[in-house]
Design a protein around this ligand. Structure first.
Ligand SMILES: [Zn+2]
Length: 416
């Protein structure tokens, strides 16, 4: 597939990049903690929740640098219109908080990538189809109307415990947080019945000019920690649907605990984004062991009970659509001065490595289209990523004059 996409090795994110969201103390701690010295820092380990699900391991900080660099670097490419879709399957660590690790997430690459996108985009939509609530991202943007978060997740006696239907955001951000709480066993048809109408409405009322999509694979049938019953096609349908809006798209990974199915899911979804329907029989390759024991791409959902009744699903769908209809049409988002890029300021000089088989330590795979637009559905309208909302652009210009002081402060970690 690499012949249809461009593959880049992103710059590593550094501590300064990370403190655009995280606290200085927390990042300094991640930088210095090692398995050998951790016994000397028991108080901080507890304070920053680096324990149990979030253990210290050799190379921890470097790990965060790699996946975070992929996401921020991807946002930089979208900002510069060097790509219309970017994938970083290593990213999507949605639970990390400003000064706290959570659920094997240490640095929140998603929040950092969204902050980067906000430098040149008026409104960013964040979508999360991981089975767990996207709590870290929601919390970061809970009071702003420039980022809408939409999380579809298992709710009720399940980690991390947040994401109630009635959690809709606060202050300026009221109704800009969308939570879709689901029960065990949701299947493709039921998921589709919720996802598309909600997203259609969000695209209409919020009209984002960039989308970040967390494609956690633990919502698949048969996940070791999950309890949903989605097929890979059902999971991918969400991503395919969002790609039809022709808005710049950053696609990230996330959870997934039946590893062979994570590999299947993200392989299939990479094909979808390239406009390629992959055959069900996987060709032998260097990574076949990750897909074993069978060599077929798709999985069969189980016969588990779907506890999400039609009444339940219709109820939450109607409630969410009602909330969304209360939003003002396309909030203006003024720009005063575009801040410089974070990581990968020299993005354009990045290494192009078309041969994946020789590479190691991939922090991110960037798909960049444009060699032959007609070949790829996702390349449509690349030259006008904000063209979907000309009125919003005008609003932004109008508000720019009225709100110069405010806009000078954006984005600022203290404001989110
Ligand atoms: Zn998860």
């Amino acid at each position: 597939m690499t012949s249809f996409a461009q593959v880049f090795r992103p710059e590593l994110a550094n501590a300064e990049d990370m403190t655009q969201f995280h606290s200085d103390e927390y990042i300094e701690f991640l930088r210095m903690i090692t398995p050998d010295n951790q016994h000397e820092h028991m108080r901080q380990l507890k304070r920053f929740n680096v324990a149990e699900d979030c253990p210290v391991f050799d190379g921890l900080f470097n790990f965060t640098q790699i996946y975070t660099g992929g996401s921020i670097g991807g946002a930089v490419r979208l900002n510069h219109k060097l790509a219309d879709t970017v994938i970083n399957w290593a990213g999507g660590l949605h639970h990390a908080k400003k000064a706290e690790a959570s659920g094997f997430c240490y640095v929140n690459d998603i929040v950092l990538a969204i902050l980067e996108l906000l430098k040149v985009h008026s409104r960013v939509l964040y979508i999360d189809i991981d089975i767990h609530h996207g709590d870290g991202v929601e919390e970061a943007f809970y009071t702003t109307d420039r980022v809408m978060t939409a999380s579809f997740h298992k709710f009720g006696e399940y980690f991390p415990g947040t994401g109630h239907l009635q959690d809709v955001g606060q202050h300026q951000g009221k109704y800009y947080s969308v939570n879709v709480p689901l029960k065990d066993g949701i299947d493709d048809e039921t998921y589709d019945h919720l996802f598309k109408p909600i997203m259609e409405k969000i695209m209409e009322v919020f009209a984002p000019d960039a989308i970040v999509f967390q494609s956690g694979a633990d919502s698949l049938s048969g996940d070791r920690l999950g309890c949903f019953n989605l097929s890979i096609r059902g999971h991918a349908e969400c991503l395919k649907y969002m790609s039809t809006f022709n808005v710049p798209l950053l696609v990230l990974g996330g959870g997934g605990y039946t590893i062979r199915n994570v590999a299947r899911c993200w392989t299939y979804e990479t094909g979808c984004l390239l406009g390629r329907e992959l055959e069900d029989v996987l060709p032998a390759n260097d990574y076949s062991e990750y897909f074993g024991p069978t060599n077929t791409l798709h999985i069969t959902p189980s016969n588990m009970e779907n506890q999400n009744t039609r009444e339940y699903i219709d109820g939450i769908r109607n409630r969410i659509l009602e909330n969304l209809s209360k939003l003002p049409a396309r909030p203006g988002a003024p720009f005063y001065q575009v801040p410089p890029d974070l990581v990968s300021a020299q993005t354009q000089d990045m290494n192009i490595e078309p041969d994946l088989s020789e590479g190691e330590d991939r922090g991110g795979i960037y798909l960049d289209y444009g060699k032959n637009e007609d070949d790829f559905r996702v390349t449509k309208n690349v030259s006008e990523p904000v063209g979907t909302n000309p009125q919003g652009k005008e609003d932004a210009e109008k508000d720019m004059n009225e709100n110069k002081e405010k806009s000078q402060e954006l984005p600022d970690k203290d404001d989110i």
